[in-house]
Design a protein around this ligand. Structure first.
Ligand code: 3HC
Ligand code: NAI
Length: 706
C-alpha cells in the first residue's frame, strides 16, 4: 500500500479508498496501491468482500493524462490490464462505489469490479476519444458486454458522460445509492458475500450477433465520418469494439492495445491533449491568482436586445441568473424578445431543452425600456450598435444608474475598452466581455482587460464564464482583440488568393479539408460581408500607402452583395440559404484583377492552406510578443472555440509547432518576397525559428519568468 490508496475495515468488509487529489487519476502508485489492497483483502480471512471508493470530489477521472506525454517521449509504458484482471479474479466480491465521475480508466476500473453502485448524481463515460485515443484498459471489450454493442460504440465514439440513473437502465451500474454512498456500498457488499461474483469479461449475453453488429458498426462508421470529420480515434474505437465481438476477450484486448498505441503516438492525440490542458491553463492568470476575491453576480442587465444582446440574455438565463434586457423602444424590444422566444422554441423542437425549462428561463428575462431597475444589478453587459460615441453615452448612463461596485462590461468587437471606461467614474469596474455569435451557442468568451480593470473584476468574469458554460480567455485591449485581429490577415489572404486566380470554392474547400468547420469566404457570407466593409472604411486612414490591400470583398459590397442576408455574396444562395458557386463573381473578380494588373495563375491547395493558416500564425506571434495574449495556448483555445479551427490540430500555434517553426518562418519569408510588406515575419517567430524552439517552449519560459 502507499499513501495514494488506503485500506480500512468496516467489520468484515475492506474499504479501499483511492486518494490522489484532485480527481483520483490513476497516476503511478495508484494502480500498485489498488493491487496491494486487493491482495490484502484476499489474504485476510476476516474480510469477506471489498468496496473501492474515491476520496474527495470524485471516484476516478481516468488515467493520468500527464503520463501520456512521458510515454510518447520514450518513458515507460504502463498498462492497467493486469490490475483489472487481478481485481476481476479476486476470490472475494468487489463493489465499486462511484460518486462524481468514473471516466476513462476510472470506468474501466469500475467495470473490472463485480458490482457497481453509484450516487444518483454520478457520471460514467469513456471520454478518451476527446484526447485522440481510445479506452486502453479493456474498456472497448468490457463495456459492450455490459451495455451492448450499439451503446458502447456511441459512448466510445462520442465520449459523452452518462448520468448514473441512465447507467442503471443500461446495466452498467447495478444500483443507485441515495444518501451515504459508502454505507450503501457496504450493505450491497454484505449482501453479495457468498454469492457467485459476476466477471464482466465472461459475460457474452449482450454481445449480439455478427449480422446485427455489422449493421450497427457500419452505421456508426458513417456517422463518425460526417460528425467527426478527420478524427481517427472514433474509428479506431469502433475497430476495437468490432474486434471484441469477433475475437476472445484476450484477443480483443490485444487488438485494443495496438489501436490505443497507434492513437496515442499520433499527432492528433498530442494536439488534443494539448487542448485538454490548454482549456484549463487559460484560467490561470499570473497576476490574478486563484484566491483573488470575486464579486457576486446574482442579477444582471443587458443593454441592446439585438443579435448579440438577445443571445447574451439567454446565456445568463440558461445559467439561472435573472436578466433585465433593455432597448431604446418597444418595437426593438419586441423584436428582440421575439427572437429569443423563437430560439428557445427551436431548442425545444430539437429536443435540447424541455418546454418547462424554457418557460422557467423566459421568466428570468425581463424586458425594460429604462434604467430604473439597474440599481439592483451586479453586472451589465452592453451590446448596443458598434460606435464609440454611442458606447460612451451608454456607459455614462450606466455609471449613473448602477450601484458602486457593479461591473460594467462591453461586448464591443473592435472598440477601445479604455476609451469606453473613460466615460465612467469607475474605470476599474469596466471590462470587455466579447461573446461570439450566436452567443447562446458559441463557447468562447474573450475577456478584454482594460488598463484599469481591477483584478477582482477580471477574476469574477473568468469565474463567471465557467458558470455560463463558456471558456473565458483573457486578452489585451488591441484592435480586434486576439481572435478578430488574427482573422483579418486570414481572410485577407483568402481574398488575395481569389484575386490571383484561385476559385472561390477551391479556397474554401482547401481549408475545409484542412479541418476548419467552414472556409473563410463562406464564413464572410454568413457573418455579412458588409460588417468588415464598414469597419475597413472607418480604418482606411490607417492603411500604409503602397501596401497591397484586398479589393474583391469591398467591390462585392458596393454591388450590394453582402452575403447570405442578400442571397448573394461570394456565393449565390437559394431561399433556403443553400450556397452554390456564382460564375458572375468569378467573371467580376477576373475583370477587377486584370484592371489592377494582378497576374492570374494556378494555385495549389497547399499554397491556399499555407497562406491562410500562416497568416494566422504570424499575427498570433505578434500578438504574443506584444503581450495581448498571455500564452500561445490561449490563442489556440480562442481559435478552437470561436473560429471552428480543428481541435485535432491543436490550434494555429500548436499546428505551427508541429510543422516546425523553421519551416513556417521560411515559408513566410518566401511570401514576403513575393507579396511584400504584409508578410514581414513576426520578430518572435523569427527568433524562435532561429533558436529552433516552439511556441509551447515559449509558453513554458513565460511561466518560469512569471
Ligand atoms: N489526468 C491528469 N490530470 C487531470 C485529469 C486526468 N485524467 N483529469 C483532471 N485533471 C486535472 C486537471 O488538469 C486540473 O488540473 P489543474 O487544476 O492543475 O488545472 C484538475 O485535475 C481539475 O480538473 P478540472 O479543472 O477539469 O476539474 P472539473 O471539476 O471541472 O472536472 C473532470 C473534473 C470532469 C474529472 C474533468 O477533469 C475531466 O473530464 N477529466 C478528464 C477525464 C478523462 O479524459 N479521462 C480519461 C483519461 S484517458 C484514460 O483514462 C485512458 C484509459 O483508457 C487507459
Ligand atoms: P444589433 O444591431 O443586432 O443590435 C443592437 C441593438 O442595440 C438594437 O436592438 C438597438 O435598438 C439597440 N440599441 C441601440 N442603442 C441603444 C441604447 N442606447 N440603449 C439600448 N439599446 C440600444 O447589433 P449586434 O450585432 O447585436 O451588435 C451589438 C454589439 O456586439 C456591437 O458592439 C458589436 O460590435 C458586438 N458584436 C457583434 C457580433 C455579431 O456577430 N453581430 C459578434 C460579437 C460582438
Amino acid at each position: 500500500m502507499n499513501n495514494l490508496v488506503r485500506v480500512s475495515r468496516d467489520n468484515d468488509i475492506a474499504v479501499i479508498t483511492i486518494d490522489n487529489p484532485p480527481v483520483n487519476a490513476l497516476s503511478p502508485g495508484v494502480p500498485e496501491g489498488i493491487g496491494a489492497a486487493i491482495d490484502e483483502m484476499n489474504n485476510d480471512p476476516a474480510v469477506k468482500a471489498g468496496v473501492v471508493i474515491g476520496a474527495g470530489r470524485t471516484f476516478v477521472a481516468g488515467a493520468d493524462i500527464k503520463e501520456f506525454g512521458k510515454m510518447t517521449a520514450g518513458g515507460p509504458r504502463r498498462s492497467l490490464l493486469p490490475l483489472l484482471l487481478h481485481i476481476e479474479d479476486s476470490r472475494k466480491p468487489v463493489v465499486m462505489a462511484i460518486h462524481g465521475q468514473a471516466f476513462g480508466g476510472g470506468l474501466e476500473l469500475a467495470m473490472a469490479g463485480h458490482y457497481r453502485v453509484a450516487s444518483p448524481t454520478a457520471q460514467v463515460g469513456q471520454p478518451e476519444v476527446k484526447l485522440g485515443i481510445i479506452p486502453g484498459a479493456g474498456g472497448t471489450q468490457r463495456l459492450p458486454r455490459l451495455v451492448g454493442v450499439a451503446k458502447a460504440v456511441e459512448m466510445c465514439t462520442e465520449g459523452k458522460p452518462m448520468p448514473a440513473p441512465e447507467a442503471v437502465v443500461f446495466g452498467l451500474v447495478d444500483a443507485l445509492i441515495e444518501g451515504d454512498l459508502l454505507a450503501g456500498a457496504l450493505a450491497f457488499a454484505r449482501d453479495a458475500v457468498g454469492k457467485p461474483a459476476p466477471k464482466t469479461r465472461m459475460r457474452t449475453e449482450k454481445l449480439g450477433t455478427d449480422t446485427d453488429n455489422d449493421a450497427v458498426l457500419a452505421g456508426a462508421r458513417s456517422i463518425v465520418a460526417k460528425r467527426q470529420r478527420g478524427l481517427k480515434a472514433p474509428l479506431a474505437a469502433i475497430d476495437a469494439i468490432e474486434a471484441g465481438t469477433k475475437l476472445s476477450f484476450e484477443e480483443g484486448c490485444q487488438a485494443e492495445a495496438k489501436l490505443f498505441t497507434e492513437c496515442l503516438f499520433s499527432d492528433q492525440s498530442k494536439a488534443l491533449i494539448h487542448v485538454f490542458f490548454g482549456e484549463r491553463e487559460v484560467a490561470k492568470i499570473p497576476d490574478v491568482p486563484r484566491e483573488t476575491p470575486v464579486l457576486p453576480v446574482n442579477r444582471v442587465a443587458v443593454v441592446g436586445s439585438g443579435t448579440m444582446g438577445g443571445g447574451i440574455a439567454m446565456v445568463f438565463a440558461n445559467a439561472g441568473i435573472p436578466v433585465l434586457l433593455k432597448d431604446v423602444g418597444q418595437a426593438a424590444l419586441d423584436v428582440g424578445m421575439g427572437k429569443i422566444r423563437k430560439n428557445y422554441a427551436n431548442s425545444v423542437q430539437r429536443g435540447r431543452f424541455t418546454q418547462a425549462f424554457v418557460d422557467e428561463r423566459l421568466q428570468l428575462i425581463t424586458p425594460v425600456l429604462n434604467y430604473d431597475a439597474f440599481s439592483a444589478v451586479d453586472m451589465v453587459v452592453e451590446a448596443v450598435f458598434e460606435g464609440m460615441a454611442l458606447k460612451k453615452e451608454v456607459f455614462a448612463e450606466l455609471d449613473r444608474a448602477c450601484r458602486p461596485g457593479a461591473i460594467l462590461a462591453s461586448n464591443t468587437s473592435t472598440l477601445n475598452i479604455d476609451e469606453i471606461a473613460g466615460a465612467t467614474s469607475r474605470p476599474e469596474a469596466v471590462i470587455g466581455t466579447h461573446f461570439f455569435s450566436p452567443a447562446n451557442v458559441m463557447r468562447l468568451l474573450e475577456i478584454v482587460r482594460g488598463n484599469k480593470s481591477s483584478k477582482e473584476v477580471i477574476a469574477t468574469c473568468m469565474q463567471l464564464s465557467k458558470k455560463l458554460g463558456k471558456i473565458g480567455v483573457l486578452v489585451g485591449n488591441c484592435r480586434g482583440f486576439v481572435g478578430n485581429r488574427m482573422f483579418g490577415p486570414y481572410r485577407r489572404e483568402a481574398q488575395f488568393l481569389v484575386e490571383e486566380g484561385a476559385e472561390v470554392e477551391a479556397v474554401d474547400q482547401a481549408l475545409v479539408e484542412f479541418g476548419n468547420a467552414m472556409g473563410p469566404l463562406a464564413t464572410g457570407d454568413l457573418a455579412g460581408l458588409d460588417v468588415g466593409w464598414r469597419i475597413r472604411k472607418e480604418y482606411r486612414h490607417l492603411e500604409k500607402p503602397g501596401v497591397r490591400q484586398p479589393f474583391a470583398e469591398d467591390r462585392l459590397c458596393e454591388l450590394g452583395r453582402y452575403g447570405q442576408k442578400t442571397l448573394k455574396g461570394w456565393y449565390q444562395y437559394d431561399e433556403n440559404r443553400r450556397a452554390s458557386a456564382d460564375p458572375e463573381v468569378t467573371t467580376l473578380v477576373r475583370k477587377w484583377s486584370a484592371e489592377a494588373g494582378i497576374a492570374q495563375r494556378e494555385i495549389s491547395s497547399e499554397e491556399i492552406v499555407d497562406r491562410c493558416i500562416y497568416a494566422l500564425v504570424n499575427e498570433g506571434a505578434r500578438i504574443l510578443e506584444e503581450g495581448y495574449a498571455l500564452r500561445a495556448v490561449d490563442i489556440d483555445i480562442i481559435y478552437l472555440n470561436g473560429y471552428g479551427f480543428p481541435a485535432y490540430r491543436g490550434g494555429p500555434m500548436w499546428y505551427a509547432d508541429t510543422v516546425g517553426l523553421t519551416r513556417v518562418y521560411q515559408r513566410i519569408c518566401e511570401f514576403q518576397q513575393k507579396h511584400g510588406e504584409l508578410w514581414a515575419p513576426a520578430p518572435l517567430l523569427k527568433r524562435l525559428a532561429e533558436e529552433r524552439k516552439t511556441f509551447a517552449e515559449f509558453d513554458k519560459e513565460q511561466v518560469v519568468a512569471a
